[in-house]
Design a protein around this ligand. Structure first.
Ligand code: NAI
Ligand code: MG
Length: 489
């Protein structure tokens, strides 16, 4: 099939205990193609009853011999088989993701699907390497630790990278021997359902991975409240992260939160300007700005500001909104009408507060369809107080500020409540590392942007959340340590 071929998409049901089921209420909801605003299909609208069935199915499967007696190496092989299953259907999954989310199909294939496959392979390798310690304690005792699974883990994920967000949670959780209930974002549930199908075909025991589609306030909240769920891993907005942390208190669930960002991208006066211009445009326009690590605040040294912005505006003009199923398209639509309204609202607010809109920011039609497309927007004359410099917009909207020296750049850079990522462009190795150490963010890029790898930890400082996903750090989220004492006296 060519990249532009469309898929026949079946209505989605819940996947609970290894079976496809309707919601207890019988309710369904539409999932939309954001490039056309047309309905793709209907999904089961899971609610508290469905989450309850899924959590109990996960508990039963977790405690079963089929899972408890499966040795770790075989668990690893299941994860390799899931990776192979994803790879065998990679092109189709990329098209499905593009139709559901709107991201350019080439990026869906080369980034989202590839990264998801990598993630399963990486954690497959960890499954039989999760070791405890032997600890030298006083007295005639042997003390050792075991790293045991947490139990039933709930994952609540967003719509911007649907399959990778599922993989980042499901792969380490399964590698560590947990069972799972996954609640995908209501906007983009289709690839999560395919992941469940592929995992079952790979031989994962029934009930180890359950998927409940539905809305946050109902299905998501029920998962957070459920007493059989031992842990919640969440990626999404800071506002919902706070709700989840509060509600998790009732059952003392473990929580890990990967939340919003307002990442500063700092260009010092000695930077390679052309490289930094390329980096700055990709930092904000990649995935139509719908990335938690988006470089949404560009801080440029005042001495190079005019040259830099002129080149940036030229480069940004190359990000033309287009049909995401066309492999040449680099800028797809926003994910939903709601996100479109939010982004256009921020653009209006930026103008009203005195920002100087240098380009873009208008809604456009592609192929005569009222999809959720916006031209890339760049604001000059931005001050730290303006809303567009403080709040996460999650769209192709860049706020440009200037600074006099590195200290001021770092002060502005650290001035939001977020701390997910930051970048600095300079040829001065001392300044690069001073900046890397002083920026309060979970990831810092030097002369690059948006790098990410399954092997490298990822997560936030401040109100961007806590807990580190990816790399070996994620194993800490999905295991608990038991200390065992043996009397040798
Ligand atoms: P959201 O945080 O509401 O949604 C993320 C996930 O949380 C979805 O699966 C949703 O169903 C679930 N959810 C919502 N309310 C819940 C609740 N009370 N209890 C349990 N689960 C709940 O994000 P939304 O509304 O889609 O986007 C709003 C803004 O959030 C965006 O404009 C962006 O700024 C930010 N965002 C940040 C993301 C990130 O990667 N850090 C990802 C998605 C959105
Ligand atoms: Mg959708």
């Amino acid at each position: 099939m060519s990249d532009t071929a469309t898929l026949e998409i079946q209505p989605g049901r819940l996947f609970i205990g290894g079976e496809w089921q309707d919601a207890a209420s019988g309710k369904t909801f539409d999932t939309i193609n954001p490039a056309t605003a047309e309905t793709l299909t209907q999904l089961a609208e899971g609610g508290a009853d469905d989450v309850d069935r899924a959590a109990r199915a996960a508990r039963t499967a977790f405690e079963s011999d089929a899972w408890q007696k499966l040795d770790a190496r075989k668990r690893g092989r299941l994860l390799y088989a899931i990776a192979d299953g994803l790879e065998a259907r990679a092109d189709e999954l990329a098209r499905l993701e593009t139709m559901d989310n709107g991201k350019p199909v080439k990026e869906a294939r080369m980034i989202d699907i590839k990264e998801s496959i990598d993630c399963f392979r990486y954690y497959a390798g960890w499954a039989d390497k999760i070791e405890g310690d032997v600890i030298p304690v006083p007295g005639p005792y042997l003390n050792y630790t075991r790293r045991e699974p947490v139990g039933v883990c709930g994952a609540i994920i967003p719509w911007n990278y649907p399959l990778p967000m599922a993989a980042w949670k499901v792969a380490p959780a399964l590698a560590c021997g947990n069972a799972m209930v996954l609640k995908p974002a209501e906007q983009t549930s289709l690839t999560a359902l395919e992941l469940a199908r592929i995992a079952a075909e790979a031989g994962l025991p029934a009930g180890i991975l359950n998927v409940v589609t539905g809305f946050g306030e109902s299905a998501g909240a029920a998962l957070v409240a459920h007493p059989e769920v031992d842990k919640i891993a969440f990626t999404g907005s800071t506002a919902v992260g706070k709700i989840i942390q509060r509600q998790a208190a009732d059952t003392l669930k473990r929580v890990s939160l990967e939340l919003g960002g307002k990442s500063p991208n700092i260009v010092l006066e000695d930077a390679d300007v052309d490289a930094a211009v390329r980096g700055a445009s990709m930092a904000i326009f990649y995935n139509t700005g719908q990335a938690c690590t988006a470089g949404s605040r560009l801080l440029v040294h005042e001495s190079i500001r005019d040259e830099f912005v002129e080149k940036l505006v030229k480069r940004a003009a190359g990000f033309v909104p287009g049909d995401p199923m066309d492999p040449k398209t680099r800028l797809g639509p926003l994910v939903s009408q709601e996100q479109l309204d939010r982004v256009l609202g921020y653009i209006e607010q930026g103008k009203a507060e005195g920002g100087n809109l240098l380009m873009g920011g208008d809604r456009v039609e592609v192929n005569g369809k009222r999809g959720y497309f916006v031209n890339p927007a760049i604001f000059g004359g931005v001050t730290s107080r303006m809303t567009i410099a403080c709040e996460e917009i999650f769209g192709p909207v860049l706020a440009v500020q200037t600074f006099k020296d590195l200290d001021e750049a770092l002060e502005i850079g650290n001035s939001t409540e977020y701390g997910l990522a930051a970048a600095v462009w300079t040829k001065d190795v001392r300044k690069a590392h001073v900046a890397a150490h002083k920026l309060r963010a979970g990831t810092v890029w030097i002369n690059t942007y948006h790098n990410l790898d399954t092997a490298s930890p990822f997560g936030g400082y401040k109100q961007s959340g806590y807990g580190r996903e990816l790399g070996r750090h994620a194993l800490d989220l999905y295991t608990q340590v038991k200390s065992v004492w043996v009397n040798l006296g």
